[in-house]
Design a protein. Structure first.
Length: 469
């Protein structure tokens, strides 16, 4: 007799809606729908499942998200010791746990978008949501197939399960949009963009890139659909949305604590949680995953004083001046080409810079993550390996080591005890100048001539920066 499959039943909270007006009244959502139809991919065809995968392969510490075992300290070091086999198993389990959580989130998105499709009172929203349901089904299929291949999987972690329940049973459909399209998918999109050890092999890297392109469109849909919803809303109703945002972000903050993996190895979860929460790397990662959420809430008018106070406590309010997802996606779309055939760096960089024109402050981490994706891989193979120290003053976590050339581009934050990290040259500028350069308001040569940028070290290595900043 087979074991029953676990199933949770959730009240969807509201009735379905028929829309008898078949006209197009939301042209920007309609444009998203057209791009969504042309951007379908098939996990069985577009992914090479023959690739050998080692989920326990370690990623160098200097890679974003890499494990620096010397800095983990108790209780992880005490539990894992120096046994390379045990460490490899820990990396494999944590990898499978993280991909499992993405898979569970995608099933949540599948159900939530089906609810949106049923309840939406705009035909444009219904049509787009219907296509997104198909996207989410492919995502679940692809992640499930990958987890089967590596032989490691975990149940949905409690914070994510609780949030998905909240998203599904709310009687107000805008809270389903808000919870799924803006919060859950926004955090996933930011995590996908970080790369590094999250996706350390070609198969999961390709899978995640395909999912990321879809997610960028999904989050943009949420922003466009909710725009104007909260303008002039009754204070009592607005308070309900504020409560939802604050509580959901607290759950999302804990979503990336792999307690189930720690339990698997008999590690004290209370001690491990405290260690991760106090570590600079853990704090940085948990902050960066909100880099898409905060500007989107700003555009929707939900960065109210109460939400701002909570975000200040979480350390994520600094992202409010980053570009929102609808603006980013539309800038990318304006550069031409469907989602599955992205334009080259020469066309995409100006579009990205155009979307940043009004941004007042850009932090190094999201800028490096975005810009590194625009560097021509062929160019990286043709220049010598160079370590560049980037020092952005007037901002926390402003010191970075960028390793570029010889076919790679990596970056990591530098801590005070590390000095220059062995860089061949160091480039120093204030946060305003860094923002102006990244946003395309000033060119690097001009900033050098104006004295806004200072270079120390082997100046001949400066050519490695050409096209990077």
């Amino acid at each position: 007799m087979s074991t029953p499959v676990p199933v949770d039943h959730v009240d969807m909270g509201l009735p379905a809606s028929f829309v008898w007006d078949y006209g197009t009244h939301r042209p920007r959502v309609s444009q998203l729908y057209e791009r969504a139809k042309s951007s379908q991919w098939n996990p069985s065809v577009d992914l090479d499942w023959s690739i050998e995968v080692d989920p326990g392969a370690e990623v160098p510490p200097e890679t974003p998200g890499g494990v620096d075992w010397s800095r983990l300290g108790s209780p992880l070091t005490a539990a894992l010791g120096t046994d390379p086999g045990l460490r490899r198993e820990f990396v494999a389990q944590q990898h499978g746990w993280l991909v499992s959580q993405f898979m569970h989130g995608e099933q949540g998105a599948l159900l939530a978008t089906a609810k949106i499709c049923a309840a939406a009172e705009s035909l444009d929203d219904k049509l787009y949501a219907a296509v997104q349901v198909g996207d989410e089904a492919r995502h679940v299929e692809a992640y499930q197939r990958y987890l089967t291949k590596i032989g490691v999987s975990y149940p949905c972690c409690p914070p994510l399960a609780e949030l998905l329940g909240h998203v599904m049973h709310h009687r107000h459909v805008d809270l389903t949009y808000l919870g799924m399209q803006i919060l859950v998918e926004g955090v996933a999109l930011a995590a996908f963009s970080l790369g590094g050890s999250l996706f350390a092999n070609p198969l999961i890297a390709r899978l995640t890139d395909l999912v990321r392109r879809d997610e960028a469109r999904h989050v943009a849909f949420g922003v466009l659909s909710l725009e104007g919803t909260y303008d002039g809303m009754d204070p009592v109703d607005l308070r309900e949305r504020e409560d939802f945002v604050v509580e959901a972000c607290a759950l999302l903050r804990d979503r990336f604590l792999p307690s189930q993996v720690w339990e698997h190895f008999g590690i004290d979860t209370t001690m491990a949680t405290a260690r991760v929460l106090e570590s600079p790397d853990g704090q940085g990662f948990r902050s960066l995953v909100f880099s898409k959420v905060v500007p989107n809430l700003r555009r929707l008018g939900l960065l109210t004083p109460r939400v701002r106070d909570d975000f200040e406590t979480l350390g994520i309010l600094s992202y409010e001046h980053q570009p929102d997802s609808a603006g980013e996606y539309e800038a990318t779309a304006a550069a031409g080409g469907p989602d599955q055939d992205p334009v080259g760096p020469d066309e995409l960089l100006p579009a990205l810079q155009g979307s940043l024109r009004a941004v007042r402050l850009i932090r190094p981490e999201p800028a490096l993550a975005a810009l590194s994706g625009l560097v021509d891989p062929a160019r990286l193979r043709c220049i010598p390996r160079t370590r560049i120290g980037l020092r952005v003053t007037g901002i926390e976590d402003g010191d970075w080591l960028i390793t570029v050339g010889a076919g790679e581009l990596r970056y990591r934050v530098l801590r005070p005890i590390e000095g220059t990290g062995g860089a061949e040259l160091t480039v120093t500028m204030d946060a305003g100048t860094f923002t102006d350069i990244v946003a395309g308001r000033v060119a690097m040569p001009r900033a050098l001539m104006d004295g806004r940028v200072r270079i120390e070290g082997d100046i001949t290595r400066m050519m490695s920066l050409d096209g990077l900043l």
